[in-house]
Design a protein around this ligand. Structure first.
Ligand code: NAP
Length: 303
C-alpha cells in the first residue's frame, strides 16, 4: 500500500522513514513538508496539492506537532484516505473526537498511535498485571529536552504540552498495562517564566501512583515505571523495553522489530480489517493535569 508522510522533521527522519523502508506492507510514495525532504521520494509542500495529485496514495501518516495537525488530518479524511497520527493525536480532545467521527462516516481507518505501547515489555507487563491489584507505584520520566527536542520551540508553546510530550508516553504505557482505569487526583506544573508549557510536572494518580516528569535531566536519562501489587513488584525501564518482575529481568533475548515497525504493521492490519484504533486515555490524564494542576513559575528557559 502506498503512504505519504507529512511533517518531515526529527521523528519522521529518525523513525518513520526507516520503518517504512523496511516494511513489507508500505511504500513511502510522497512527502509533504515546507522544508523537509526524503531522497528519491516525490515531495510536496501542500497537503491538498498532494491529495489531488496522488489519488493512488491510500494512507497518510502525520508527523506534524499537535497544534498544526488537525487541518491536515481533516483534509486527509475528507479525501477518503486512511490516517495515522503521531502521539499525542491532537492539540485537544475535541479535535480527535471529530476526526474519529469523520473516519467512521467515511469508512476509513484512523490510528492514533502511541509508540511506547509497542515497547517490548509492555505486552508481558499487561499480562502479568491482569488479575493483580495495584497498591502503589511511581513513574520517573526524566530526559534532556535539548538532546531529544533540539530547538523545538513549539513544544513550550500553548498546545505543545511541554514535558508532557514525553510524559504522555509513560501514561500511554500505564493506561495500557493497568488492570483497572486510572484517574488524576492532582498535579504540580513548573512553567518557565518565558514559556506557556511546563518543563517539569509531578502528578498524583489513583491507586497510590505518582509521576515525576522532568525535561532538565543531564547525564543518564530515566524512563521508568515501578508498580507494587498484591502479588509482587513490577518495573518497566528504558521506556518499556526492559521488564523486571520482583527485581529480576523477565524478558528473553528475543529479536525485536522496534516500536515504529510495529506501528506500521498495526496500521496495515487496521486498514485490511477496516478498523479504528483511537484510545484517548493517556491524553485525558494530561488534559486533567492542565485542568487541576497548580502552576509554579520558575526561571526562563532557552534552548
Ligand atoms: P519536529 O522535528 O519539529 O518536526 C515536525 C515537522 O512538522 C517540522 O519539521 C515541520 O516541517 C513541520 N511543521 C508544520 N507545521 C509546523 C509548525 N507550526 N511548527 C513546527 N513544525 C511544523 O518535531 P518532531 O520531534 O518530529 O515531533 C513531531 C511529532 O512527533 C510530535 O507530536 C512529537 O510528540 C512526536 N514524536 C517526537 C519524538 C522525538 O523524539 N522527537 C518521538 C516520538 C514522537 P516543515 O517545516 O518542513 O513543514
Amino acid at each position: 500500500m502506498r503512504i505519504a508522510l507529512v511533517g518531515i522533521g526529527k521523528i519522521a527522519l529518525d523513525q518513520h522513514v526507516p520503518a517504512l523502508a523496511a516494511s513489507p506492507d508500505w511504500e513511502l510514495a510522497a512527502t509533504v513538508s515546507r522544508h523537509g525532504r526524503v531522497d528519491g521520494v516525490e515531495a510536496f509542500t501542500d497537503i491538498e496539492a498532494m491529495l489531488a495529485a496522488r489519488p493512488d496514495i491510500e494512507a497518510v501518516s502525520l508527523c506534524l506537532p499537535p497544534v498544526p495537525r488537525f487541518e491536515a488530518a481533516q483534509a486527509v479524511l475528507a479525501a477518503g484516505r486512511h490516517l495515522m497520527l503521531e502521539k499525542p493525536p491532537g492539540a485537544t480532545l475535541a479535535e480527535v473526537h471529530i476526526l474519529r467521527d469523520m473516519a467512521q462516516a467515511a469508512g476509513v481507518t484512523l490510528f492514533a498511535t502511541w509508540h511506547s505501547r509497542m515497547a517490548r515489555g509492555v505486552g508481558p507487563a499487561q499480562r502479568w498485571l491482569a488479575g493483580r491489584r495495584v497498591t502503589g507505584g511511581r513513574i520517573i520520566w526524566r530526559e534532556d529536552v535539548r538532546r531529544w527536542h533540539p530547538g523545538q520551540d513549539w513544544i513550550f508553546d500553548a498546545g505543545g504540552m511541554g514535558v508532557f510530550d514525553p510524559g504522555i508516553n509513560a501514561l500511554s504505557i500505564l493506561t495500557a498495562i493497568l488492570p483497572a482505569p486510572v484517574r488524576l487526583l492532582g498535579a504540580e506544573l513548573d512553567v518557565p517564566a518565558n514559556r506557556q508549557a511546563p518543563i517539569a510536572a509531578r502528578l498524583s494518580l489513583s491507586d497510590g501512583i505518582t509521576a515525576d516528569f522532568d525535561f532538565r535531566q543531564q547525564g543518564p536519562q530515566t524512563w521508568d515505571i515501578e508498580l507494587a501489587t498484591d502479588g509482587g513488584k513490577l518495573a518497566l525501564r528504558m521506556g518499556g523495553n526492559l521488564l523486571e518482575l520482583d527485581g529480576r529481568p523477565a524478558l528473553g533475548e528475543d529479536s525485536i522489530a522496534g516500536e515504529y515497525p510495529a506501528l506500521y504493521a498495526r496500521m496495515a492490519e487496521l486498514v485490511r480489517s477496516a478498523a479504528q484504533d483511537v484510545d484517548l486515555a493517556p491524553m485525558v490524564l494530561v488534559a486533567d493535569a492542565f485542568t487541576l494542576g497548580r502552576r509554579f513559575f520558575g526561571p526562563p528557559f532557552e534552548f
